[in-house]
Design a protein around this ligand. Structure first.
Ligand code: PAP
Length: 350
């Protein structure tokens, strides 16, 4: 029997999350006392999820967050790609990397880093970097190409305040997706790294997701926080939707480039640079690359390179959920978002 779903999110509730800044928490000390979730968690023990300031994260992500708060120094040119897992992070990382660094790495080059490295290697998660010892972190950060692009599953309200400051100049790109497709993607992903994949029932993952207890959840809270922030500060936060990107990739890539201060010139448009980037970053292209099929582990995490590429469509939920399940999740989301002005839209099978 599923536990009580996340309460309705009053706009004021997120206001608190954003204003009650938490950099002062002694997070490392706090972690062992935080509420814990052990369902559908692979070994080792620090993969178990803990609830911190309304969000659930693997315990080691929170340890890394403490290190980010202690040591990360943002630069005004930094870019953060923020998402809940399974929302299109890998695609966004590829597009942002290929766009921002296109003058150094032309998208049609055979030497392009995205042809030889998994997108999560080209754009690293901030938690994966700060999981390492301090001197290793320093090496990674010093070698990072400028402008620096980082991935984050931490919402803005948990990242250090100095990143969120308007004065600091860092920009945030957020991507969200229909939660019903996200939970299907989670289920498939979990089966690629949990010890007994055949025993991972969709219903179990679905319940956990509905309770908001998958990583970085509750999903709707994460998305709402960034949607609100993108409306309050459109120069700081760009809000993208996976389904919209599938529907009109050109338009969304232009928006991304403009927001990141590197709009495509007329000459580039005529030369087909935009199409070349879309082709390079397409699921079909990335999925076939040897590096993304080889099953390497990234940063000792249990996930394999190939586990980030599957169908990449809108509406796959229809193949996995009963109408009752879809209605239940829709109702949870609707109730949580009531009165906020935000919704996820409906993703129908293509
Ligand atoms: P992450 O947050 O753990 O990195 P993320 O990339 O957000 O995962 O989610 C993976 C989903 O994005 C998969 O969706 P699916 O399970 O519904 O198929 C994956 O197929 C999709 N995806 C990965 N790369 C691309 C891409 N280049 N274009 C479109 N979708 C992609």
């Amino acid at each position: 029997m599923a536990r009580v779903a996340e309460q309705k999110l009053q706009p004021s509730c997120l206001g608190d999350a954003l204003t009650a800044r938490n950099d002062a928490d002694n997070l490392t000390e706090l972690i062992p006392s935080l509420p814990v979730e052990k369902r559908l968690v692979p070994p080792p023990a620090d993969m178990q999820r803990r609830q911190y300031r309304g969000y659930w994260f693997p315990e080691w992500h929170l340890s890394a967050l403490a290190a980010v708060r202690d040591h990360f120094e943002p630069k005004p040119t930094d870019i953060f790609l923020v998402s809940c897992p399974k929302s299109g992070t890998t695609w966004l990382k590829s597009l942002a990397f290929a766009t921002v660094h296109r003058h150094v790495h032309p998208p049609s080059s055979r030497e392009h880093p995205l042809l030889h490295q998994n997108p999560h290697g080209c754009v690293k998660f901030i938690h994966a970097i700060y999981r390492q010892p301090v001197d290793v972190v320093r090496g990674i950060i010093e070698a990072y190409p400028s402008p620096r692009i980082f991935g984050s599953h931490f919402p803005l309200s948990l990242l250090p305040e100095r990143i969120n400051d308007d004065d600091c100049g860092c920009r945030i790109v957020y991507i969200c997706r229909d939660p019903k497709d996200v939970v299907v993607s989670w289920w498939w992903f979990m089966r690629t790294y949990l010890p007994n994949p055949e025993q991972v029932q969709f219903e179990e993952v679905f319940d956990l997701f509905c309770e908001g207890r998958t990583g970085a959840g509750p999903y709707w809270r994460h998305a709402l926080e960034h949607w609100e922030e993108s409306r309050r500060r459109p120069h700081k936060v760009l809000f993208l939707r996976y389904e919209e990107m599938l529907r009109d990739p050109q338009c969304n890539l232009r928006r991304l480039a403009e927001f990141l201060g590197c709009a495509f010139s007329e000459a580039e448009e005529k030369a087909g640079v935009l199409e070349a980037i879309l082709e390079l970053c397409s699921l079909g292209k990335l999925k076939k690359l040897e590096v993304n099929q080889s099953g390497n582990r990234i940063n000792d995490e249990p996930m394999m390179n190939d586990s980030f590429f599957r169908k990449g469509v809108a509406g796959d939920w229809i193949n996995h959920m009963t109408p009752e399940m879809a209605a239940r999740l829709d109702a949870i989301v609707e109730q949580a978002l009531q009165g906020t002005g935000f919704d996820f839209g409906i993703s129908m099978p293509q």
